[in-house]
Ligand binder design. Structure first.
Ligand code: NAP
Length: 223
């Protein structure tokens, strides 16, 4: 599969490494253009680089991993009909305040889905710290394998991403549609905690819409 990545930061690069290791083709992009990405090219063997528009066109599946504040700059053209994986989180101190998120009226992924009405947005990779992606990946069937939450409105796109997660080294837990994806946004019990499938299901069920929990010692929950 060809995977385009918009955002060549910690998350984009970590997912790229896992995807290349699993045999996929990957194109990374940033906001400044491929001429600024020589360290990415030399640091990740086999990766391709391009503009955000190039990565959108390139991918059969495309990952968006940029500061949420910039979500409206994600190219709409090139992503029509495609599965778009959304790793973005809302940090008001970084992104500025987004009133409808502050009022718990919508979700970060619903904002992206509204911007990309002809794409199939899947929330994934937002609830794991980037270094843990390469550290915690395990082969299918490994004991106490880490699970990641996934939410999407489109059933086929969600299944495609769950299959990709398995190839990349993770189990999945289906957390429902995009309007339920607040259950694993920042400051919820499932956020960036290492859990197996049973533990993750319990953490998702424990989430309360308007209650934010402090960060936990994530190693405490390591399976
Ligand atoms: N780091 C983590 O552990 C982690 C874990 C889960 C989720 N997340 C979430 O994932 C997203 C990315 O986080 P990160 O830590 O990977 O960020 P990061 O290291 O700061 O990198 C951000 C990347 O996005 C690019 N970018 C910014 N605006 C863009 C635009 N309009 N179009 C294309 N590319 C753009 C930047 O390129 P330029 O430098 O050229 O601007 C940079 O390559 C955030 O929403 C974050 O909250 C992060």
């Amino acid at each position: 599969m060809k995977i385009g990545v918009i955002g060549a930061g910690f998350i984009g690069r970590a997912v790229a490494q896992l995807a290349l290791a699993a045999g996929h083709e990957v194109m990374l992009s940033n906001s400044r253009g491929p001429q600024t990405m020589s360290s990415v090219l030399s640091g990740i063997w086999g990766v391709q680089v391009g503009s955000a528009e190039d990565a959108a066109q390139f991918g059969d599946v495309v990952l968006v991993a940029i500061p949420l504040a910039h979500y409206r700059s994600v190219p709409v053209q090139g992503l029509e009909g495609k599965t778009v994986m959304d790793a973005n989180n809302y940090y008001p101190e970084r992104d500025g305040h987004i009133p409808e998120l502050d009022r718990f009226e919508t979700t970060t992924s619903r904002l992206l889905a509204d911007h990309l009405p002809r794409s199939h947005v899947v929330k994934v990779f937002n609830a794991i710290f980037a270094p843990d992606l390469t550290q915690d990946a395990r082969p299918h069937g490994a004991p106490e394998r880490r699970a990641l939450p996934v939410a999407a409105d489109d059933v086929a796109a969600k299944a495609q991403v769950i299959q990709l997660l398995d190839e990349l080294g993770f189990d999945a837990v289906d957390a429902g549609g995009l309007d339920e994806s607040w259950r694993f946004e920042r400051a919820k019990p499932a956020y960036c905690v290492a859990l197996d499938q049973a533990g993750l299901k319990a953490a998702l069920a424990a989430a309360q819409r308007t209650v934010e929990v402090p960060p936990v010692d994530r190693s405490r929950f390591r399976p």
